[in-house]
Design a binder for this molecule. Structure first.
Ligand SMILES: [Zn+2]
Length: 95
């Protein structure tokens, strides 16, 4: 496995970890937040900040190791079966 592919694998793992925590934050927000208009509690503000940071991190981390092109849209639309970078065409998977 060459450098590009191992970097891609590492970034994909971070992407998954961030995706899981994003999901956890959304679940926490939707289950603990009272419905309707209310004053935002400090912990909710913290959660929303985490959410935003998480989304930014996903887009910053999950990029092509070669051309630095964003892989999130291509990865989601390929249902996790992305093998080549949509921008520069580099091979991202080992097999
Ligand atoms: Zn690329």
């Amino acid at each position: 496995m060459d450098e590009i592919q191992s970097k891609y694998k590492k970034r994909k793992n971070i992407y998954f970890a961030l995706g899981v925590s994003l999901f956890a934050i959304i679940i926490a927000l939707t289950s603990f937040t009272p419905t309707g208009a209310h004053k935002i509690a400090p912990w909710e503000a913290v959660m929303i900040a985490c959410l935003v940071v998480n989304i930014i991190a996903i887009f910053r981390v999950f990029r092509c190791p070669k051309c630095n092109g964003a892989l999130v849209p291509a990865y989601s639309s390929s249902w996790g079966k992305l093998h080549f970078c949509p921008k520069c065409g580099v091979k991202l998977t080992g097999n």
